[in-house]
Design a protein around this ligand. Structure first.
Ligand code: BGC
Length: 749
């Protein structure tokens, strides 16, 4: 037992990038010694704001109920609170709430501060007028981790200004199932992008040191495999062999642990029949022992209760609590009552959970509170307030939205359009703000426009600003779902007097289960609108604001241009208008394979047999047949690559290999471009992927300018998970691809 305690202590003391001072260490140990079982279990309990708000679940203004607050903090000794009640609150309301909460902790015996957590997944969701950035899927299209880091820093600053020091982000789930309603929260289908972007975000949240007023503790989520549900429906079963889990879903978390993330949230789902919240293997053996994660493990919403009432692996609520805590859970997002507190106390008294496990959990919770400076000063810092809503954040939001824009099609260089053209801006997304921002935008679902900043623009407004009201007509009414927005007859009529139609289709905001969809095709009424637009005879430019790739295969051939705008945050409309009218040269590239149809859902890192289409005796390599491939994105200029130069034709042991190309902007416009390096292991003991993205660099080139780009790789960049579940690089021949160029080298062990 003593040995265990020493190990646990060392875990806490030696957290990456942060070392507890001897005084901090002593304070934690002395608290643990003094704490009663009730006080310890209270620390492990997290409730939602509604539990302590005036009017409970009916609360709309975030105001606290002193009696409920006293009950939570004094009677139940809760250690953490999360969430908002109905929608975003002002900075001042948050600061008042935080002050009242921490004031209440001063009345408790040990005066341990509460840690508050919120979901700032693409900007600070729940503070009014915060800056919203592109969703992860759109951020991934920028292939610009520095930009993602800058956005994360703003998110951290705006959370901290609101008095909150814990952010439930980044989402590290790998988006390999486009039906999944949380696909927009992912960095897409590739492991390397997820690792790179995720680590960039975590460092930005935490690198200043969590006592700093521009930092927040990150919470990587949702460990593990959450995105891989079989049906695509949220929180439904995942069946996954461990080799797949280790190849595609675990590396992002491994990297995030190395990047120093302070906490982790668990997947609400089940893998191979075992709910992850009950998996000692995943929570303790893999996460703690193998990955060396030393931070706090928190459940997702109600997930301990669900072990009993949904997953049915625990036959009583108390058995569920014991199962999860024994598996490795440190804190329960209960979050609507105090049942966890009562049940865990009973379970400990009945010897169903050892005290050592409770102490271990509490030690990690107190360590996080210490790390974010709550023991020094639990109140919202005065100076942090000035970091909310700075003017420069708007510029950053526009930069990020610009770089996300992905031009999928541009027949005969129809785009950019001339600014003296007369255009019809139509489709349900033309006058919607919510369809440009998506989930976790001022409300959980993001679909209530009244909470968005008043200066948010619709696509119609942004285009009108550019062309002048005289040159823009619309048939769309405010709000995505207005019936007029799908009226094909009106659209055709309005098209008569214009030079081009900008058709804004896609998805209105949704989050989690409400975003489950029975099919990926765009709804019929949107497809019909597109057909009507084409029948008008005017060139149609399709703008897609959507969180996941909805099938557009039937209308794609008749579109003159297609711009994938994703849900790119506050400045989505401005970025769309800038691209359509040539004020920004697009450089986003797809972080997923845009699928053609349900039967063509092959991913870019396909296996050899997926690459082949067997046609009698003639096998052809068209098995990977998306509508637009992974990495696709057009520019208004052209780029050419030189041949790839290798520093050697053999890579030996642990040595490095450098690959160099020169890229030239051969067109007439300045532009940015992402140089991507892919590898292909020609023969391996496990069927090799046809392509794996191993590195990328984004360059900015003036018209006519050239730049030499180098990548240095080693054997780890070429590794895969073998049949023994080990990550290995086997000797043999490799192909590397950059743009349309290829080169070969041999790896020798
Ligand atoms: C989501 C989490 C989120 C939590 C708290 C859950 O429903 O799955 O991603 O952090 O709510 O808001």
């Amino acid at each position: 037992m003593r040995k265990l305690a020493i190990i646990a202590l060392c875990f806490v003391v030696c957290q990456y990038g942060y070392t507890q001072t001897p005084a901090e260490k002593q304070k934690i140990e002395s608290l643990i010694k003094q704490m009663t079982l009730e006080e310890k279990v209270g620390q492990m309990t997290q409730v939602t704001l509604a539990v302590v708000a005036k009017g409970g679940w009916g609360n709309r203004d975030g105001s606290l109920d002193p009696v409920a607050l006293k009950k939570a903090i004094d009677d139940y000794k809760v250690g953490s609170i999360l969430n908002t009640t109905a929608h975003a609150l002002s900075v001042d309301t948050w600061r008042t709430d935080m002050t009242e909460i921490q004031d209440e902790t001063k009345n408790t015996r040990l005066k341990i501060p509460v840690i508050y957590g919120l979901d700032g997944i693409h900007g600070q969701t729940y503070t009014l007028n915060s800056t919203l950035f592109p969703q992860n899927i759109a951020m991934a299209a920028t292939r610009n981790p520095e930009l993602a880091a800058k956005a994360a820093k703003v998110t951290a600053s705006e959370l901290r200004a609101s008095g909150v020091r814990w952010n439930f982000a980044p989402v590290l789930d790998c988006g390999r199932q486009p039906l999944w309603s949380r696909f927009p929260e992912t960095y897409g289908e590739d492991v390397y992008i997820g690792k790179t972007m995720g680590a960039a975000g975590i460092k930005a949240y935490e690198e200043d040191g969590l006592k700093n007023i521009t930092a927040v503790a990150s919470c990587m989520k949702h460990y593990l495999g959450y995105s891989a549900s079989r049906t695509g429906k949220d929180r439904t079963p995942i069946y996954m062999p461990e080799i797949e889990m280790r190849e595609y879903y675990l590396p992002q978390f491994r990297e995030a642990v190395k990047a120093g993330s302070s906490s982790i949230m668990i997947n609400s789902g089940e893998i191979n029949g075992e709910p992850v919240h009950a998996s000692k293997y995943l929570l303790t053996d893999v996460l703690r022992t193998e990955l060396g994660f030393q931070g706090l493990i928190v459940t997702d919403w109600e997930d301990i209760k669900r072990l009993y009432d949904r997953h049915n692996v625990a036959s009583t609520p108390r058995a569920a609590v014991a199962m999860a805590v024994n598996a490795g859970i440190d804190m329960s997002m209960v979050p609507g009552d105090f049942s966890f507190y009562d049940l865990l106390i009973e379970a400990v008294k009945n010897k169903e959970v050892p005290m050592s496990r409770i102490d271990d959990a509490v030690r990690r919770i107190l360590a996080l509170k210490m790390k974010v400076g709550l023991f020094d000063n639990p109140y919202p810092e005065e100076a942090a307030k000035a970091n909310f809503g700075k003017a420069e954040y708007q510029t950053l939001a526009l930069d990020a939205a610009h770089e996300a824009m992905t031009l999928l099609k541009n027949s005969n260089n129809t785009l950019p359009l001339a600014k003296n053209m007369k255009v019809l801006v139509a489709g349900p997304a033309a006058q919607s703000i919510t369809a440009l921002n998506g989930c976790w935008s001022y409300t959980w679902q993001g679909n209530q426009e009244e909470w968005y900043p008043k200066d948010s623009k619709t696509i119609l407004q942004a285009i009108t600003d550019k062309l002048g009201a005289a040159n823009v007509v619309t048939t769309t009414k405010k709000g995505f779902d207005d019936l007029a927005n799908f009226d094909a007859t009106q659209l055709k009529k309005a098209a008569a007097g214009v030079d081009a139609i900008i058709l804004c289709l896609g998805e209105n905001a949704y989050a989690e289960s409400p975003g489950n969809t029975p099919e990926l095709a765009l709804p019929d009424e949107q497809l019909k609108l597109a057909e009507a637009a084409v029948l008008s005879g005017k060139p149609v430019i399709l703008v897609l604001t959507e969180g996941r790739p909805r099938f557009i295969t039937s209308i794609e051939p008749s579109m003159k241009g297609i711009l994938m705008a994703y849900w790119s945050g506050k400045k989505t409309a401005e970025a769309i208008a800038d691209v359509l009218f040539g004020d920004y040269n697009p450089d986003g590239i797809l972080p997923f394979s845009y699928p053609r149809s349900m039967g063509e859902m092959v991913l870019y890192d396909r296996k050899p047999t997926e690459d082949v289409r067997e046609v009698f005796n003639d096998n052809i390599n068209t098995g990977y047949w998306p509508l637009f491939p992974f990495g696709w994105g057009l520019s208004y200029t052209t780029f050419e690559y030189s041949d790839i130069q290798l520093s050697s034709s053999t890579l030996k042991g642990d040595a490095d290999l450098t690959l160099t190309v020169t890229i030239k902007n051969t067109g007439s416009k300045d532009g940015k471009h992402t140089v991507e390096l892919y590898s292909h292991d020609l023969y391996a003991s496990i069927t090799p992927n046809m392509q794996r993205l191993r590195a990328f660099k984004k360059v900015s080139l003036k018209a006519g300018e050239s730049q030499t780009v180098s990548f240095t790789i080693n054997k780890n960049d070429l590794a895969f998970v073998n049949a023994q579940l080990k990550t290995v690089t086997e000797a043999g021949d490799f192909e590397v691809m950059i743009g349309n160029k290829k080169a070969k080298f041999t790896y020798e062990q």
